[in-house]
Design a binder for this molecule. Sequence first.
Ligand SMILES: Cc1ncc(COP(=O)(O)O)c(C=O)c1O
Length: 385
Amino acid sequence: MREKRLFLSPPFVGEAERAAVEAAFESNYVAPCGPMVDNFEELMVEVTGLPYTLALSSATAGLHLLYQELGVERGSVVVAPTLTFVASVAPAVQLGAEVVFVDSDPQTWMLDPALTSEALKELRAVGRHVAAVVAVDLYGQCCDYDELEKVCATYNVPLIIDAAEALGATYRGKAAGAAGVAAVYSFNGNKIITTSGGGVLASRNSELIKRGRHLSQQAREAVVWYEHTELGYNYRMSNIVAAIGVAQLARLEEFVARRREVFSWYRERLSGCSMIEWMPEAEYGVASRWLSVAQIGGELGQMTVSGRPGTIVERVWQALEAVNIESRPVWKPMHLQPVFAEAQIYGGGVAEELFLRGLCLPSGAAVSVSDVDEICEIVIREIGR
Ligand SMILES: Cc1ncc(COP(=O)(O)O)c(C=O)c1O
């Protein structure tokens, strides 16, 4: 049993981040604006290839602004993958919209373009207004942007990319998120690059970012006194937080290489394990392997789709927990969540199986070869070769 817990995706910060925070202190911009925020936004332009970026307090805030700008409201629908984290859709529901869920493509685990097309066709046929499709780049892999853009163009629906988990991944040579009308990125503590907490909204559309910036600053009008013609939010990123991000972004390539390396250690050590199947890397891109995610085959024991993952996954996860190592089931699909009990779902079986069989293993620059050795020994002990 380790004294110090091995987390699933711990932050990896050091002297460079400390120095950047000190520089922010020195400048006395201990505020939700300042040179580090500007610098962070410029660096995100370089990293994403998207010319307009807006630093925010979280990716969830970015999605909220984006949904509002796209007219997501009562009476409208947002189409989203069922296999995701709730933050992808919560702001749309909070704006009054209905979410219609779509299953994953079994080849990539990402939003299925053919099923998305079917959903859009049927929703149009019954006269529903679809305000947006949100595609989620899960676990450091991009969705099939070209296919989803085609589908969305056919039905004239804006495509947005929730790239919260995918900074550093690529799609046909383009950066994760460089598709559709806009993308969000997360810098939460467990992400590949962290600012402790934060997000960026990025787009090719300058107006969209300009308006997002306005709304993120309490929609204050550009006059000396406080003048408001509408209501906004306090969603800006702090200059101190941005300083951490500036130092971290300089290491993005190194971090992607390291996450891919950690994944290769797992794959090598568990290569003889017939029960293990890794998250496929789609032919159209390079995944960052933000998390190393496996599906564990074999008998599922009592399948309790609505409640919890399969018993095999649970056994491994508890064995790791017993030695103070964190692992997690794959996202529980949204259509199985009590809060979405009434939601419409297209397909669903792929995501359900991934939830029952999927396990996320510790990943990141803080994970060592000996950590992976120990984890793999436990996995083999629990499920055999
Ligand atoms: C797919 C996905 N979307 C959105 C978010 C929300 O990001 P944030 O925590 O920055 O609001 C996360 C993770 O936190 C996520 O994994």
